[in-house]
Write a new protein. Structure first.
Ligand SMILES: Cc1cn([C@H]2C[C@H](O)[C@@H](COP(=O)(O)OP(=O)(O)O[C@H]3O[C@@H](C)C(=O)[C@@H](O)[C@H]3O)O2)c(=O)[nH]c1=O
Length: 173
């Protein structure tokens, strides 16, 4: 596993260990024999398809002890992943970053205390992501994808959104 890039607040992009031969690719989607993820505990693995290009999911996080660290990987297609530091005591509070994933060999690991979202850049995008905490609907929180305060450099301005994701509030001053 090779670290490729790092982002404010502790997120990082990495390439997973893989083997290629004439049959295809053998890729380790998750393993702990490396210095980056050796104390990561997988609690959930989610497989998510989005039919339409330009579907945007997010920005989501779980509050307090329900916070999750997530590792996103696009299995098929491409997506722009965005992540925003929502830790009020962090020097990078409300700072947002984005990264495009378009190769299953690459994944982005995002620490607890970030709101996450992604915009599909192809039809039939398949996302596989890990979480190190359990889903708790009561702890769910979100930010509005285009909140001017976050200034996220999304690739498009009129995505397809769920009703829930249209309704998040903007961050107050
Ligand atoms: C996220 C999640 C959803 N669900 C259910 C709730 C709902 O009925 C259905 C779809 O949920 P949502 O509309 O919230 O799915 P979605 O908008 O894809 O939510 C996801 O978005 C990305 C960006 C994230 O960062 C994830 O953590 C997650 O919040 O699945 C679970 O049962 N467990 C889970 O862990």
């Amino acid at each position: 596993m090779k670290k490729l890039d790092s982002f404010p607040g502790g997120a990082f992009l990495f390439e997973s260990h893989h083997f290629e031969d004439e049959r295809g690719i053998f890729l380790k989607v998750f393993n702990t024999d490396n210095s980056f993820l050796n104390d990561y505990t997988v609690r959930q693995i989610n497989y998510v398809t989005s039919v339409e290009k330009h579907t945007l999911r997010g920005l989501h996080y779980q509050r307090d002890t329900n916070a999750e660290s997530k590792i996103f990987r696009v299995i098929s297609g491409a997506a722009q992943v965005a992540f925003v530091d929502v830790r009020t005591d962090s020097p990078t509070y409300l700072q947002a970053s984005t990264v495009v994933l378009d190769n299953p060999k690459r994944a982005v690991a995002i620490p607890r205390g970030f709101a996450t979202g992604y915009l599909t850049l192809t039809a039939h995008t398949v996302m596989l992501y890990l979480a190190d905490n359990d889903y708790n609907v009561g702890a769910e929180a979100g930010l509005l994808w285009n909140d001017p305060k976050l200034n996220i450099n999304w690739q498009i301005k009129n995505p397809i959104l769920s009703e829930k994701d249209k309704g998040w509030s903007i961050v107050s001053n």
